[in-house]
Design a protein around this ligand. Structure first.
Ligand SMILES: [Zn+2]
Ligand SMILES: [Zn+2]
Length: 135
């Protein structure tokens, strides 16, 4: 019995992770839930949330708080920043940012830096084009 439960949880977690890794759109838990449900009809939104939190705590996915509110999820752990469009909410990966060595910060302010996240806000190319077309 115990083993069956654990097997099911493992399958659920793997499917949540696979689904997140299959997209570059930095989806919400609801989006992931809709996709996962197609292959696992009895899964609940709460289970998807729980699995995302476990995966985050295990360091397998990244949680992004856009505007400090909505949680979006990223299955790509390689170091990169994010650009958030304030018009349509799209999140794009930003590559090639200069890599700072923050270890010196410990001497400077006495803090130990575990991770750094660079976020930019502005208007994405699609929204810029729409604005230009409307003006
Ligand atoms: Zn946009
Ligand atoms: Zn990303």
């Amino acid at each position: 019995m115990e083993r069956t439960v654990r097997t099911r949880e493992t399958r659920q977690r793997r499917l949540v992770l696979e689904t997140l890794r299959s997209t570059k759109s930095h989806p919400t838990a609801e989006w992931i839930f809709e996709r996962v449900r197609e292959r696992m009809p009895h899964i609940s939104l709460g289970t998807v949330y729980r699995n995302l939190n476990v995966l985050r705590d295990e360091g397998k996915v990244r949680e992004l708080r856009v505007n400090g509110r909505t949680a979006h999820w990223d299955g790509d752990l390689s170091p990169h920043g994010h650009f958030v469009c304030t018009e349509c909410g799209a999140i794009r990966d930003v590559w090639g940012l200069p890599n700072h060595d923050w270890k010196g910060l410990k001497d400077l302010v006495g803090c130990e830096v575990i991770r750094q996240h660079c976020e930019f806000y502005g208007t994405c190319p699609a929204c810029l084009q729409r604005e230009r077309a409307n003006s």
